[in-house]
Design a protein around this ligand. Structure first.
Ligand code: ATP
Length: 243
């Protein structure tokens, strides 16, 4: 596989607070993602996982600091975080249903000026996700949930991110499709070195894929460890991960 992406960036988050209106939902998170690392954020519904990704993308009001390879992320507009190398695949995928697969992929590269590079990347991601190549002229909205999730990931990769953030990629997908998607994400992480921060309800699958995990409870990080440590901790699994 051709090496495409700029190598992964290091993310360092300190004392991150976030709020909706007057209600604070993140109460001072400290965490990091090493360059090239895949980190999973776990926790019950409402713990603040989605908000953490939104905060890093500039979609909610924040205090604190988040630095990507020396560049400040917080308090900047969304397109600025994209320019700095952050790609965010939101919950529910957010593909443009009326556009074709190829138009969606090109939309992922909207900030890029290297036209030849965009064509190379397009060919590359069609190779990685052959289903998308078969459906390149079809409207994205007519595809299955699994295909739309692949498209959302590939579209994010078209920006050549140094940090890829995914919110609940397994949502609404059959187990076998989710497993395949995580296999592909693992391959991308290993081969491209893209840093990844993933929110996932399916803790078992996520821990099989990630290097490290953080557990969030009511807007606070309560545990962290390598994926193997978290998997081996029966108490933690029962208390927070529900399996
Ligand atoms: P889930 O798995 O259910 O998405 P989560 O861990 O991602 O949960 P968040 O979606 O980040 O949790 O929500 C954290 C808290 O913020 C919850 O109490 C939620 O009710 C609240 N919240 C989320 N979105 C909004 C919003 N747009 N306006 C006000 N409060 C919100």
């Amino acid at each position: 596989m051709t090496a495409l992406a700029a190598s992964g960036a290091r993310l360092e988050v300190s004392a991150l607070h976030a709020s909706y209106g007057s209600g604070e939902v993140l109460h001072g998170l400290d965490f990091h993602v090493e360059a090239g690392e895949a980190v999973v954020l776990l926790g019950a519904n409402g713990a603040g996982k989605t908000t953490t990704l939104r905060a890093l993308s500039g979609m909610v009001r924040t205090r604190g600091s988040a630095v990507l390879d020396g560049q400040r992320l917080l308090g900047r507009p969304v397109d600025h975080t994209v320019r700095l190398g952050v790609a965010h695949v939101p919950q529910g995928r957010g593909v443009f249903g009326e556009l074709t697969v190829e138009e969606n992929l090109r939309a992922g590269a909207y900030l890029r000026r290297d036209r030849a590079g965009v064509e190379t990347d397009l060919a590359h991601w069609y190779e990685v996700f052959p289903r998308l190549a078969e459906r390149r002229t079809q409207q994205a909205g007519g595809m299955s949930g699994g295909e739309q999730q692949m498209l959302a990931v590939a579209r994010a990769l078209m920006s050549r991110p140094r940090l890829l953030m995914l919110d609940e990629p397994s949502l609404g997908l059959a187990r076998i499709i989710t497993r395949r998607l995580f296999d592909q994400l693992g391959e991308i992480n290993r081969e491209q070195g893209t840093s990844m921060l993933i929110v996932e309800q399916n803790a078992e699958l996520a821990l099989a894929f990630a290097h490290r995990a953080y557990v969030l409870e009511s807007g606070r990080l309560v545990r962290t460890g390598t994926a193997a440590e978290v998997r081996a901790d029966d108490g933690l699994r029962r208390a927070y991960l529900g399996y």
